[in-house]
Design a protein around this ligand. Structure first.
Ligand SMILES: Nc1ncnc2c1ncn2[C@@H]1O[C@H](COP(=O)(O)OP(=O)(O)OP(=O)(O)O)[C@@H](O)[C@H]1O
Length: 248
């Protein structure tokens, strides 16, 4: 791995008596597309919230070795629902992402229009979110997150609320976008095929509270190749489908 953007070391987090992260170590390299996959309840969202600074660890640390001179590195987060402000236009929603950093001279209105263009939303710039399809709304949410020029883009099941055709279209779109903008991404999903199609590295959380296994490799060009991937069989074999609550 080249430059390490963020490093999670010996992370521990419990809710009540249930440990969710139990000595977890993970590094994300600059420009990497890491997918964290695992069954429901394995701690994926908790890990993402920890990376986003939305959740404190009970023990362990999150370090940003390449951003030591910044107060706090910019992080973009997208959740399963787009969470756009209904009373603002698409342009205003996307601009919200950058507004907080405007004082640092990092952001201009033309940046928003460039982003809208790149995201295929230019024609909808003055529309309210209610007019958008699910896929368009989620693209606007990603645009808002990218508008902060994030060191790290965090995506928590961003496509799982969409119908399969839209989900596939957005996966293709995201692959291209991430390559073009050279983003560093951590995406969380319970969908093994989404992980294999998007991730250059896949980390499996299996309910043990640590990274149970990792795979590295270039994703297939075509979705039809997914079924035959040896990694898929291996991943599914290790994928525990249920993590009983409080069982550990
Ligand atoms: N704020 C909270 N308070 C109490 N328990 C929580 C809280 N957040 C998560 N948990 C519990 O921690 C465990 C891990 O949750 P988390 O959401 O991180 O898992 P996940 O892998 O993202 O699951 P899913 O795919 O269902 O979103 C679950 O048992 C969940 O119920």
């Amino acid at each position: 791995m080249g430059t390490v953007e963020v490093r999670v070391s010996a992370a521990r987090k419990s809710y009540g008596n249930t440990p969710v992260l139990d000595g977890l170590d993970l590094e994300v390299g600059r420009g990497e597309f890491l997918v964290v996959v695992g069954p429901s309840g394995s701690g994926k969202s908790t890990l993402l919230r920890v990376l986003a600074g939305l959740e404190h660890l009970d023990a362990g640390e999150v370090a940003w070795p390449a951003s030591e001179n910044e107060d706090r590195p910019a992080i973009g987060v997208v959740f399963q629902q787009p969470l756009l402000m209904p009373w603002l236009t698409v342009r205003e929603n996307v601009a919200l992402g950058g507004r907080y950093r405007a004082n640092h001279g990092r952001f201009a209105r033309s940046d928003v229009d460039d982003l809208l263009e790149r995201f295929g939303l230019a024609e909808l710039a003055d529309a309210r979110p209610a007019r958008l399809s699910g896929g368009q709304a989620q693209r606007a949410a990603v645009a808002r997150a990218v508008a902060v020029r994030p060191r790290l883009l965090l995506l928590d099941e961003p496509f799982s609320a969409l119908d399969p055709a839209t989900r596939h279209a957005l996966q293709d779109w995201l692959r291209e976008l991430v390559a073009q903008l050279e983003l560093t991404v951590v995406l969380v999903t319970h969908d093994v095929d989404e992980a294999l199609y998007l991730g250059h590295r896949i980390a499996l959380l299996d309910g043990s509270g640590t990274v149970a296994a990792e795979w590295t490799g270039t994703p297939p060009q075509d979705r039809s190749e997914l079924q035959a991937l040896p990694t898929r069989a291996e991943l599914l074999a290790r994928y525990r489908t249920d993590v009983p609550q409080g069982a550990r």
